[in-house]
Design a protein around this ligand. Structure first.
Ligand code: ZN
Length: 415
């Protein structure tokens, strides 16, 4: 599944109609949530049945206007939030469990159409919303070409409202796989705050610190906002300004994560990184902002995504002792966070702290990849990840065997 996004260009009155649709979606969601909180809904089906009741209720005539599949999607999403909360409780996840909350229109709301309620124009540059709100035709602003896919491949169309406008997201049922020349290189990366990451070859990538760069102007806007009056137009104006600024930081961060991840994946055949529990790490309130700003989890997600697309092995190794061990002799060398250089008093090896950790990560990854589920015949290719076609490893391993068996025989017959 891939998601393409395009901005919707229309008139103000059209946007108001989209607002109405979004508000209705929110109403359905919050009503479903209330129904569950009051103990009436025990299953997903109960919620979607209640959704039907809502649309038949003459007190809420606007609910009927929203496309029926979009209404159902809203109740499904509510149930998803509820069951996620239950799962977290069952798994005894540390910290907050995510009790579902009522949403307000001011947040980034969205409404999800499935296969009906919208229509693309012949040239696929315009989208028309055909449900009861009659929002009509919008121009699509985006860099992606929808021509490449069949209409039947578009499984969902989401309308999302952000601080700077309205967007349509197309969820396309397509498995992205691309070819890439092998580079015969492996790399371990150690993410950090001084450098965004240090790899096992000692190379570093600078930490862009997007939030820190915009912090000053964000703070100024926040101050201005707090001085305005509740419910005033001025407040709405500054709220929007502040939200746009935050949106910009979010986008910068994502852009950086995507590009860096793609770069790492493209230039290596195996990428190893630490299986960090960022959730626990941000509890350190001195570092929380910097850690969140670095967006390690986002980076990792994209590394894994590109790994799948380009057939590159990605390994997450347990983070224990990666910075404490010596990458040369393997012995433990205790050091605090402030010790930036690794100096081994067992073998005399000296290296930058993060580069040492990155080498350990790579070594750990290689040792696990090499040993998990292997057997003598080389039949098992579990370890090679989903990206590699399963036929290759066995093929490669068998050939030399056959040759080595046959060649003495060939040599033997003439003599
Ligand atoms: Zn050593």
């Amino acid at each position: 599944m891939i998601v393409y996004e395009a901005k919707l260009e229309g008139t103000d009155s059209q946007y108001r109609k989209l607002d109405e649709a979004l508000r209705t979606g929110l109403f359905v969601r919050n009503a479903c949530l209330r129904y569950w909180m009051d103990g009436h809904a025990k299953t997903r089906n109960d919620l979607s049945a209640y959704c039907k009741v809502l649309s038949d209720n003459p007190d809420f005539p606007w609910v009927r206007k929203l496309n029926s599949m979009a209404r159902q999607a809203m109740s499904e999403r509510t149930w998803a939030a509820i069951s996620r909360f239950f799962d977290n409780c069952k798994a005894k996840k540390p910290g907050k469990k995510g009790y579902p909350r009522f949403k307000r229109l001011q947040t980034n709301v969205s409404v999800e159409y499935k296969t009906t309620g919208w229509k693309l124009s012949e040239d696929r540059r315009f989208i028309t919303f055909t449900d009861g709100f009659e929002a009509d035709q919008f121009k699509l602003w985006g860099t992606r070409d929808l021509h490449f896919y069949q209409i039947s491949q578009i499984k969902r169309v989401r309308v999302v409202r952000r601080a700077d406008g309205y967007y349509a997201q197309f969820c396309i049922d397509y498995d992205r796989r691309e070819k890439r020349e092998p580079t015969f290189k492996t790399v371990g990366v150690d993410v950090g705050l001084n450098h965004f990451y240090t790899d096992s070859n000692g190379e570093t990538v600078a930490n862009p610190r997007h939030l820190r760069k915009s912090e000053k102007s964000l703070k100024r806007l926040q101050r201005r906002l707090s001085k305005t009056q509740f419910g005033s137009k001025n407040r709405a104006k500054f709220r929007n300004k502040l939200a746009r600024k935050h949106l910009k930081v979010t986008r910068q961060r994502k852009d950086f994560a995507v590009k860096t991840a793609r770069c790492v994946v493209m230039s290596n055949d195996l990428v190893a990184y630490e299986d960090l529990k960022v959730r626990n790490m941000v509890r350190n309130r001195h570092l929380a902002k910097s850690i969140s700003d670095a967006a390690w989890t986002q980076f990792r997600t994209w590394v894994e995504y590109f790994g799948k697309v380009f057939g590159v092995v990605t390994v997450a190794v347990p983070p224990h002792y990666t910075s404490q061990n010596c990458s040369n002799c393997g012995k433990v060398v205790k050091k605090t966070l402030s010790t930036r250089t690794h100096t081994c008093h067992h073998c005399g090896h000296t290296q930058d702290r993060d580069a040492n950790a990155a080498r350990n990560i790579l070594e750990k990854a290689l040792s696990t990849v090499g040993h998990i589920g292997t057997n003598a015949s080389g039949e098992n290719d579990l370890c090679l990840g989903e990206g590699t076609p399963p036929s290759k490893p066995t093929h490669r391993k068998r050939k030399p065997k056959e040759q080595s068996l046959e060649s003495p025989a060939i040599l033997g017959t003439p003599s």
